[in-house]
Design a protein around this ligand. Structure first.
Ligand code: FES
Length: 176
């Protein structure tokens, strides 16, 4: 490049990429709109999702009866559980069959039949078994399935503290 050409190029006006008025308005309005929508929508999203992230309270222990009232003969106990299921809170009535085993340990069985979900009861046929009225499933005192059902009755989590029996959530049978 000659000195003359170099001199000319130094004096050429610098081309700037300028934003047009239309572009400026588009960016400004777009940004403001996005900010306003975000401000309005984010709290709604948080409100909608928050209960799903919160831990349910079903596993809380519920006082059901005094330990000295529990014998080796299963007895039906009804109790209420406060449930929080996402946005819905309710009091649910539960049933447990509570007894003591040979080593005097308290345990509680769920009455929900493992065949198709009917409700079993203790000793309705005088055979010292749990019987299901729907299709004649039978279970031992430990909840072991004897006929019809393919699995044992579930248990409740049991805590005995200061002479009081507390029940928690349903757990798989640990005895049968
Ligand atoms: S539901 Fe209990 S035997 Fe069928």
């Amino acid at each position: 490049m000659s000195n003359h050409e170099q001199h000319d190029s130094e004096h050429q006006p610098v081309k700037r990429k300028e934003m047009s008025r239309r572009q400026f308005l588009s960016y400004t309005l777009g940004g403001t709109t996005a900010f306003m929508i975000g401000g309005a929508v984010l709290p709604m999203v948080r409100f909608a999702v928050d209960p799903l992230l919160a831990k349910g309270s079903e596993s809380a222990l519920v006082k059901v009866l005094d330990e000295n009232k529990v014998t080796s003969e299963p007895q039906e106990v009804r109790f209420k559980v406060h449930q929080v299921d996402a946005w819905y809170e309710s009091e649910t009535q539960k049933v447990a069959w509570i007894s003591k085993d040979a080593s005097n340990k308290v345990f509680a069985l769920s009455p929900i039949c493992k065949h198709l979900g009917c409700t079993v009861a203790w000793n309705t046929h005088g055979k010292s078994e749990y019987d299901c009225p729907c299709h004649d499933a039978r279970y031992s005192k430990d909840g072991k399935n004897i006929t019809v059902a393919n699995s044992p009755l579930d248990e409740y989590e049991v805590v005995v503290k200061d002479g009081v029996v507390y029940l928690g959530g349903i757990i798989p049978n640990t005895r049968a």
